[in-house]
Design a protein around this ligand. Structure first.
Ligand SMILES: Cc1ncc(COP(=O)(O)O)c(C=O)c1O
Length: 437
């Protein structure tokens, strides 16, 4: 009985007792498959002994040291590891604890950069619709997901939003490539309308997260985006909070197209659910003018503390040693195939998509017209509830501005085996059969 704690809704949930690998057990002993890594976080699954060992060792030396008083070895090592993994021109890292915090940090870094460069009029940030960049005010101002933004709209600035590309609802008469290029060209139009001299940056998720349901842009999209940003001297921020750290079968989502951004935002899988840790990866070209002006006027108490950094280092080490990025790519493909087989059996499935272990199933009332279920049916929530009854945890959202377009994210830990992919697909099959009854 929950008397005091409240989160988003009144739904009564089972109480978790323990978790191991991709499974969790509640206090009644019922077992669940964690088919969404919590909130697409638990990259290594639960209870990994190497992470426990690294965290215990760090606790035994020093758990917390404040960034204005001490350097710490794990943070220094983590920064160089992230620079190595990101490759390209990245050579500066800034830590925080969560996804929203790293997005806020990116916005403020870019803004202060332009102030220091003598272009203080550059204050406009362009983002996409739909999108999700976090729950704090700056990140929310970048977000387009009506239920989450509407109540708070008067509290933040209305920035220009351009269409997120889709490969599922491509406008009639257009190819997927033309649609992607048209979406990218909306950026060019938005920059021109505001005046390029006023635009600070454009922010996007490389592969859509919860707000689009793992929408993978057409291969032509990011090359055009990069070209437009460069032409107008507008910085490019890639929000890799969900796509980063191996989730999509590459270390980072941008590596599917080798698009060079100016700032990368990482969180979720970096701490993999063992400790909150997030990072912004950028270039000295941006940070040098800020440091020269007296420093970045921004920071968080827990940023880059030794325990957070040691945890993330251990997470990366396990991902490398167990070849989990490769596993996400190959077994993610395998799971995608299984989910497509489900689509052949269940009329309610309109689309199955994604990359690596960031996959989504979108539901429709009518396949031919791609008409979504009426919001009152709460179809996605029903799928989640019935799936939970059948022992599988999935993550529901809506792909049409958060209002309709029910979808389910299927994003198991990167350790998931083929046999476990089979188990996930079987339980979802049972879930859909139960729903159809
Ligand atoms: C793309 C993206 N950015 C930012 C965030 C915010 O992260 P957090 O919930 O850790 O603040 C999320 C969370 O789902 C996300 O998916």
């Amino acid at each position: 009985m929950n008397d005091y704690l409240f989160y988003q809704s009144a739904v009564q949930l089972p109480t978790v007792a323990r978790a191991e690998g991709i499974y969790a057990w509640d206090t009644d002993g019922k077992r669940y498959i964690d088919a969404c890594s919590g909130a697409i976080v638990a990259q290594l699954g639960h209870g990994h002994p190497a992470i426990r060992k690294a965290m215990m060792a760090q606790l035994d030396s020093v758990a917390f040291a404040y960034r204005t008083q001490f350097e710490n070895q794990p943070a220094l090592e983590l920064a160089s590891k992230l620079v190595e993994l990101a490759g390209g021109r990245y050579d500066r890292v800034f830590f925080s604890s969560g996804g929203s915090e790293t997005v806020e940090s990116a916005l403020k870094l870019v803004r202060q950069y332009w102030v220091c460069k003598g272009e203080p009029q550059r204050s406009v940030f362009i983002a996409r619709k739909p999108s999700y960049h976090g729950s704090t005010m700056g990140a929310l101002a970048m977000t387009s997901y009506t239920p989450l933004t509407q109540p708070f709209q008067p509290m933040f600035q209305l920035y220009p939003k351009i269409s997120s590309p889709t490969q599922y609802r491509v406008p009639q008469g257009k190819s997927a490539e033309q649609h992607a290029l048209d979406c990218a060209d909306e950026l060019d139009a938005a920059i021109r309308e505001v005046g390029p001299q006023n635009v600070a940056a454009f922010i996007a998720e490389p592969i859509g997260g919860a707000s689009t349901g793992a929408e993978v842009p057409h291969d032509a999209y990011f090359a055009r985006i990069r070209e437009i940003c460069s032409r107008h001297d507008v910085l490019l921020i890639l929000d890799e909070v969900m796509t980063g750290v191996g989730r999509t079968g590459r270390w980072f989502g941008f590596q599917h197209w080798n698009v060079e951004a100016d700032v990368l935002c990482l969180a979720k899988g970096l701490g993999a659910g063992y400790y909150p840790v997030s990072a912004l990866v950028t270039r000295a070209e941006l940070t040098d003018p800020i440091i020269a002006s007296g420093g970045f006027q921004h920071g968080y108490t827990y940023a880059g503390n030794p325990l957070a950094s040691a945890t993330a280092l251990a997470v990366i080490d396990v991902i490398e040693r167990e070849r989990l990025v490769e596993n996400a790519a190959t077994n993610g493909d395998y799971l995608l195939g299984l989910l497509r087989q489900l689509a052949a059996r269940h009329e309610c499935i309109g689309d199955v998509r994604g990359r690596g272990f960031l996959l989504a199933i979108e539901y429709v009332a009518d396949r031919a017209t791609k008409t979504p279920f009426a919001p009152a049916l709460k179809f996605g929530e029903r799928v989640t509830r019935v799936a939970r009854e059948h022992g599988v945890i999935v993550y529901p959202r809506k792909s049409l501005m958060g209002e309709t377009g029910d979808h389910t994210l299927v994003a198991p830990p990167l350790i998931t085996t083929r046999a476990q992919c089979d188990e996930i697909a079987e339980r979802l099959d049972t879930t859909f059969r139960a729903l159809e009854r």
